[in-house]
Design a binder for this molecule. Structure first.
Ligand code: NDP
Length: 448
């Protein structure tokens, strides 16, 4: 695609989606790196595949009215972006966070299309959520909100149509309330959500899978250089689902994690977050719903309010596992100066584009989220397979499948990048491999 045409394409996207900045960022990142493909496959442009990919197949926006504990009526906005179903039913998480808006959900849904294509499983891409803020809400309020949200969403989803999952602010508790309401309204017990409780259709390892998968992917990146995570020092941001299980898997593979964070600041624990401390963090974040600053008091380590952990010296690996755009160019300079070998994204788009460029130009191996954190949705795919077969697999079976999928995604990224002359460029490898798969399916299915 000649540069001028690519620029015109981006102008067209920006003009049609003004103020959806995160969406522009995600589209630009993919379009820039699939550019070499269009020379070889002009039919993609003739069929206007890029133009069709940036237009969601369907977007549902709805009112979510509910009553809080004081009897006050609250009104939130609910969304489901059904982005692309070329290779399977829409699949992607639900996010409950006050920052949620259409631009953020479209960026996430767009990324999800390509991520799901990399998993080797037949899943299209979608994303949804609400601007509801769960922080400080009681269990009853969370339940009433989740029920109100599902009261509308239920008519748009189904096991062969759209299968949501969790994301920021939507964990096991919320999935339970959402599922209960779906079952009541639809009068049907069916696998319409993943991340379900283990007693009612969930898969073992699903809670662990995004964090575990990111670390398996990182291990593969290091192995490609004849190295491994064993004895490496690792910086992790976030302290939610992805961060917790990233720490757990680094520990399993013999590395040491020295940081965790939340939206208020980060802690630095040079001795390492071992199994006992991690169990304390899980209780803090998943049950007591406290702040990471309490870790510093509990274990007598330094806490940096408002800070991010990227400047910690002596680390070999950095895993951003909190949220989008949490690692900027200044952070990337610190990472480069400190000699970090690998940055792999547990979160979705945590690294700003300038930071990605800086890391890659300076020889830091960079694993983009659509590849590195695909283990979560891949295991959701495994949950769907178990539900469809009325069966359940053991922990070891699911973990082994997850490892196999992450290894395969890594191989696909490297092989594709190599085909286009840049073997260490995982951004290019992931984008081109995923784009080609979705584009082929769209071509096969005609203009729909
Ligand atoms: P959780 O809600 O469990 O945890 C989110 C963590 O990020 C919390 O520690 C939260 O802190 C922190 N955080 C949120 N906003 C900010 C901010 N603005 N600055 C700094 N920290 C922030 O979510 P998950 O762990 O599930 O998701 C984390 C990331 O991983 C997201 O980008 C998500 O899209 C992505 N992801 C998740 C998957 C999954 O299976 N769960 C799958 C693939 C990707 P606080 O408590 O203060 O809000």
């Amino acid at each position: 695609m000649p540069q001028q045409t690519m620029d015109r394409f981006m102008e067209h996207v920006v003009a049609k989606t003004a103020s959806q900045y995160e969406f522009h960022q995600a589209v630009r990142e993919v379009i820039e790196s699939v550019w070499p493909v269009f020379d070889e496959y002009p039919e993609y442009l003739e069929a206007r595949i890029p133009h069709r990919m940036v237009e969601a197949e369907r977007i549902i926006i709805f009112r979510v009215p509910w009553i809080d504990d004081s009897g006050t009526v609250q009104v939130n906005r609910g969304f489901r972006v059904e982005m692309n179903s070329a290779i399977g039913p829409y699949k992607g998480g639900l996010r409950f966070h006050p920052s949620v808006n259409l631009g953020i959900l479209k960026f996430l849904a767009f990324e999800q299309v390509f991520k799901n294509a990399l998993t080797t499983l037949p899943m299209g891409g979608g994303k949804g959520g609400s601007d509801f803020d769960p922080k400080g809400r009681t269990d009853h309020e969370i339940m009433r909100f989740s029920q109100a949200f599902m009261s509308e969403l239920y008519r748009h989803i189904g096991p062969h149509t759209d299968i949501p999952a969790g994301d920021i602010g939507v964990g096991a508790r919320e999935i339970g309330y959402l599922f209960g309401q779906y079952k009541k309204l639809a009068n049907e017990f069916t696998g319409i959500l993943t991340g379900k409780g283990i007693d009612w259709g969930g898969s073992l390892i699903r809670p662990e899978s995004t964090g575990y998968g990111t670390v398996y992917f990182t291990e593969e990146m290091l192995r490609a250089k004849g190295d491994s995570i064993h004895n490496k020092t690792v910086i992790v941001s976030g302290s939610g689902n992805v961060a917790q299980y990233a720490v757990e898997n680094v520990n399993r593979l013999g590395g040491k994690v020295v940081s965790l964070s939340d939206s208020s600041g980060y802690v630095h624990d040079p001795a390492g977050i071992d199994a006992e401390k991690l169990s304390w963090v899980k209780d803090l974040k998943n049950t007591r719903r406290g702040r990471i600053s309490e870790y510093a008091e509990q274990y007598d380590v330094d806490y940096f309010p408002g800070g991010r952990p990227w400047g910690i010296e002596g680390a070999h690996v950095a895993l951003p596992c909190a949220t989008q755009n949490e690692l900027d160019a200044d952070d990337a300079k610190r990472i480069v100066a400190n000699g970090v070998l690998v940055v792999a994204e547990g979160a979705n788009m945590p690294t700003e584009p300038d930071a990605v460029r800086l890391l890659m130009e300076n020889g830091v191996l960079f694993g983009p989220g659509k590849a590195a954190n695909a283990g979560g949705v891949a295991t959701s795919g495994l949950e769907m397979a178990q539900n469809a077969g009325f069966t359940s697999w053991t922990r070891d079976e699911v973990d082994a499948k997850l490892l196999g999928i992450m290894t395969e995604i890594h191989r696909t990224c490297r092989d594709t990048a190599e085909e286009f002359g840049a073997p260490d460029n995982y951004v290019m490898g992931a984008n081109i491999a995923a784009f080609r798969k979705v584009a082929r399916a769209m071509l096969d299915q005609g203009v729909v």
